[in-house]
Design a protein around this ligand. Sequence first.
Ligand SMILES: [Zn+2]
Length: 455
Amino acid sequence: MFRYPVFVFLVFLVTEGGAAAEKTILSFKAGVAVATITPSEKMWMAGYAARDHPAEGKDQDLFVKALALEDQDGNRLVLLTSDLLALPRELSEAVYKECERRTGIARKQLMLTCSHTHCGPVMRGALPDMYPLTPAQVRQVEAYTDRLKDQMVETVVKALADLKPAALAIGKGTATFAVNRRMSTARGIVIGTNRPRPVDHDVPVLKVMGADGKLLAVVFGYACHNTTLSYYRWSGDYAGSAQQYLEAKHPGVAALFWIGCGGDANPSPRGSVALCRKHGLELAEAVETVLNGKMQTLSGGFASSYGLIDLPFDHLPTKEKLQNDLRSKNASEARRAVRLLKALERDGKLNDCYRYYPVQVWRIGRDLLWIALGGEVLVDYDLRLKRELAGKQAIWITGYANDVMAYIPSVPVLREGGYEVDTSMIYYGLPSRWSPAIEDRIIGKVHKEAGGNAP
Ligand SMILES: [Zn+2]
């Protein structure tokens, strides 16, 4: 069912557009590699503070997948996707440095993303104060993270070694299971469902075809927490299911998922494996509809940029406040106080900002502007950037990219408070909520890196 329309699509472009169109179709190269990263041991699982024992088994394998692309001038881009909760900066930088040493790739050319599954393993440097780990469990996490780094590097190296002529096309579908989770109550904002509040239901799709018109890979995104499940088994959650469905439908093809600005969106309803499969199927069908419809062929060259900015905290806690927190009923808050008091003792002060917030921008010809932001970005950023950058090009906004240091709330959300503003900062080990200055800083940096697209 699928090959026939692709064949027609290519023939149409070659015969209608002549030699120039044929050259456009074959003007890219693409390479793909995949590795399984499911822990073999019963490790602690990432994402929920309330878990009280390690994983009990697996429902789905977890993967890292790399897609390497090259334009006619030899400019390269590499997307790494992963069925993981988060990407600590230390891990991303270690992966990048080794990839740079082995392949010569620049930082701006490598986009490291995750699916934010809450049924993956704890990694070193991610949510440092969330989990009650024993020293033996910490050693397991260390060993796993070291192995994971090597697997990520090998996957990128293999994808770059696999480059062969390819065509690229993009399109956009829709999936509707994401709902805004910031619910107003008499007790303030709590995590629930708030359907009138905004979400982004877009499903951006990149189709990668070989020169013979055969599908090589499909990349897709969705802006929603990957939290249908909260049990004790390894799983890629709805994003894992969607990738499974697509790979089963297209044997030999890699399906790569990245999460968008879904910091304040949850799948609804949620809580069972059946619902995880249902949402995964809805997402896969949205992708399939795009693949089978009219897509926009990409042409032109690649441009990429990558920069870091400081994000200021709203205030710093006093020593007295931290000493009080040592007696907090919230064990994570007490662990954070221990760590921050040590830093205060060592350095004489706490950092008043996070110094490494990453903003990455890729441009593919004149047709696609692809922005990748660090942290659990809330939907307001996605909607604002799509509004301010609107033009002829498609705009994709990947969240949780390159570094996941905290939630990234907008100014209105910071005013409201709630989990994404305050409580989550405890688990991320940061000293206070963000300053309202962060929104304009991040948006301003995107405009600067996107160059020429500022309103
Ligand atoms: Zn989250």
